[in-house]
Design a protein around this ligand. Sequence first.
Ligand SMILES: C[S@@+](CC[C@H](N)C(=O)[O-])C[C@H]1O[C@@H](n2cnc3c(N)ncnc32)[C@H](O)[C@@H]1O
Length: 241
Amino acid sequence: MNEEQFVQALAEHGINLSAKQLAQFDKYYELLVATNAKFNLTAITDKEEVYLKHFYDSLTAAIYYPALQTEELDIIDVGAGAGFPSLPLKIAFPQLKVSIVDSLNKRIGFLNDLAAALDLTGVAFYHDRAETFGGKNSPHRAKYDLVMARAVARMTILSELTLPLMKVKGVLLAMKGSSAQVELANAEFALKTLGGQVLETHAFTLPNGDPREIDVVQKTKVTPKKYPRKPGTPNKEPLGE
Ligand SMILES: C[S@@+](CC[C@H](N)C(=O)[O-])C[C@H]1O[C@@H](n2cnc3c(N)ncnc32)[C@H](O)[C@@H]1O
């Protein structure tokens, strides 16, 4: 997907980017590739692939959850790595308040450099594990309107990493590939235990035909204090699996 196709595909969904926003995406690409030469941020470095599989893919969240386009949501992106999906969303919809937590400090360093280069305001980056970041004495617990995660963990594990961070009535947007329905079925017990309820699932394809699914999970009750368990435990002993 070249820049023109990127603009066109978004315009078909009513998302129109300004020259300033396109320049920000261009700079994002340049910094991503330059930093990737020093340490690993992404396996995808070809420009057209980055525009499709990182930038456009991230922005699909706003197509299927349109509140992202207009509301001043307080978002936490868990395991955003090089900033996906939340920073393309922040560029396209500057009213969003975006925080990122990632367990790899080099990636947090990149995000700070990127935010400075793109002149982003209303962003905060935290080096931590989601298990401690959302722990029972953390100021981040039950603070956010929206939690996002792409390519971090399967739904059973992801629900334990993310639901504690959301306010009651808050929403998790989980950005998934073709395994989403199986993951959701396996996560039934975990979601119930942690206070989550599946609101909607949106299956679609990227313009190149790759399958994607965005699962919208609402927090309907307070997450019990004992979750999340200590770092690593959600992965080692997934709830109900
Ligand atoms: C495969 S990458 C995906 C990055 C990005 N979301 C994307 O879609 O390109 C997974 C990221 O999650 C982070 N991560 C994994 N487990 C985590 C945890 N428990 N707490 C915080 N970050 C975590 C890793 O450091 C890594 O940056």
